[in-house]
Design a protein around this ligand. Structure first.
Ligand SMILES: Cc1cc2nc3c(=O)[nH]c(=O)nc-3n(C[C@H](O)[C@H](O)[C@H](O)COP(=O)(O)OP(=O)(O)OC[C@H]3O[C@@H](n4cnc5c(N)ncnc54)[C@H](O)[C@@H]3O)c2cc1C
Length: 394
């Protein structure tokens, strides 16, 4: 008898946990369970479609799916199709890798207006998550306020600012690409409540904003006359110093040279949102669409004996894909220590009917086949019926 481990969530942290487990004990049976018929979590539905290099990490994850004792069980929502108690009863250990993607609220009046979108809803739409098929109405959107000073805010601003030719070789959902291309966009404001020395942008992603085909990046030089906090650790100081240098370059750009402008505005806390405008601590801005990129929270899950959390579900919604690796490996070692103290459970396979790895590969193949002739990595299947029909071989 071998131990059976359930990993709930087939995103990066779930895969890294499987990897850590197999490195320590190769004869385990691992079920990687996801509510979607497709694996890879936010690599598929969060990471920006024009950053295909980042998505290449899935090749490592595919190698794990090819292991004989690793089973992908897609289209199984724990809590709906199988309870957490049933899961705990059926497996020797459960690893929770469910991530965190509920948009956090700003907590200002007007936040519930229909032109206010959370970044997750927005990126899930343009990345083809089947539960988020309704995008914002962009047909009359000229001015956008993107709230937040992290890389997700840059993703959102960049995806709106890029022209159709810059998105031509991506896997953005075609309907979303068409809506963005047809929108009368003119000004995108990236708004931070604090100064530029506190922004959490990474250098490469910020610098990319200065190389957009149809948009010029702008910043107010006065806001950039600041110092990076001397108390910061060296890597942070270097990152922030470089960011300030990049932003000073934006401040030297000439407005109006391109059809779109991306304005970086700092020290501007949102106070209220009204139709057509947003009130900031630094003044009022016209805004036909507001997208909040201020972080996420997660769904509750029950902890208890034999249940271990990893990734964003454990640490909160910060950190890049590779940052999950060490954490998942450490938790995998704890799980292995726990298993060593216990005999494997016997009993029937608790897994309900699910989409297996062959089903996912049918989806993958169909998507690549439609994207290839158009020069795109894939055209995603985005509705539940097509995903399930293709996965089941219909
Ligand atoms: C918009 C956005 C852009 C990002 N861009 C980058 C980037 O460019 N580069 C980078 O390095 N990092 C990026 N990140 C961060 C990166 O995506 C995360 O570090 C990583 O995905 C976290 O992995 P995870 O496995 O913990 O969670 P997730 O990737 O969210 O995976 C969780 C999985 O659990 C499944 N699940 C949830 N609940 C259940 C349930 N009850 N039953 C079954 N399955 C369930 C979900 O369907 C999902 O597949 C980005 C994040 C966001 C939000």
């Amino acid at each position: 008898m071998t131990h059976r481990v359930a990993i709930v969530g087939a995103g990066p942290s779930g895969f890294y946990a499987a990897d850590g487990l197999l490195r320590g004990q190769p004869d385990l049976r691992i079920d990687l369970i996801d509510r979607l018929p497709t694996p890879f979590g936010l690599v598929r539905s969060g990471v920006a479609p024009d950053h295909q290099g980042t998505k290449a990490v899935v090749r490592q994850f595919e190698r794990l799916l090819a292991q004989p004792d690793v089973r992908f069980a897609g289209n199984v929502d724990i809590g709906r199709d199988l309870s957490w108690d049933e899961l705990r009863a059926g497996y020797d250990a459960v690893i929770v890798a469910t991530g965190m993607v509920i948009d956090r609220k700003l907590g200002v009046p007007g936040e519930e207006l229909p032109h206010v979108w959370g970044s997750w809803k927005f990126v899930a739409w343009l990345n083809g998550h089947p539960d988020f098929r309704q995008g914002p109405d962009l047909s009359a959107v000229r001015r956008v306020a993107v709230i937040g000073n992290g890389n997700v805010a840059l993703d959102v601003a960049r995806l709106l600012a890029k022209g159709p030719e810059e998105m031509a070789r991506t896997d953005i959902v075609p309907e979303a690409a068409a809506a963005i291309a047809a929108a009368p966009l003119a000004d995108i404001h990236v708004i931070g409540r604090r100064g530029p020395q506190h922004a959490s942008f990474t250098n490469n992603e910020l610098a990319e904003m200065g190389r957009l085909g149809r948009a010029v990046a702008l910043a107010d030089a006065a806001a950039l006359a600041v110092e990076v906090p001397a108390s910061d650790p060296t890597p942070e100081r270097l990152r922030k110093t470089k960011n300030l240098e990049i932003l000073r370059g934006f401040a030297a750009n000439v407005p109006g040279g391109k059809p779109l402008s991306v304005h970086f505005r700092f020290n501007s806390a949102p106070l209220a949102i009204r139709p057509g405008e947003i009130e900031l601590s630094s003044g009022t801005l016209p805004a036909d669409l507001v997208i909040t990129c201020i972080g996420y929270r997660g769904e509750d899950f029950p902890m208890g004996e034999g249940v271990f959390a990893v990734g964003w579900a454990r640490r909160g919604p910060t950190g890049t894909i590779p940052a999950n690796r060490a954490d998942s490996h450490a938790v995998a070692r704890e799980v292995l220590a726990w298993l060593r103290e216990r005999d494997p459970k016997s009993g029937p396979d608790p897994m309900p009917a699910s989409i297996d790895v062959a089903g996912w590969h049918r989806i993958d193949k169909a998507e690549i086949a439609t994207g290839g002739p158009l020069g795109r990595p894939r055209i995603k299947l985005i509705d539940w019926k097509s995903l399930l029909d293709i996965a089941q071989g219909d």
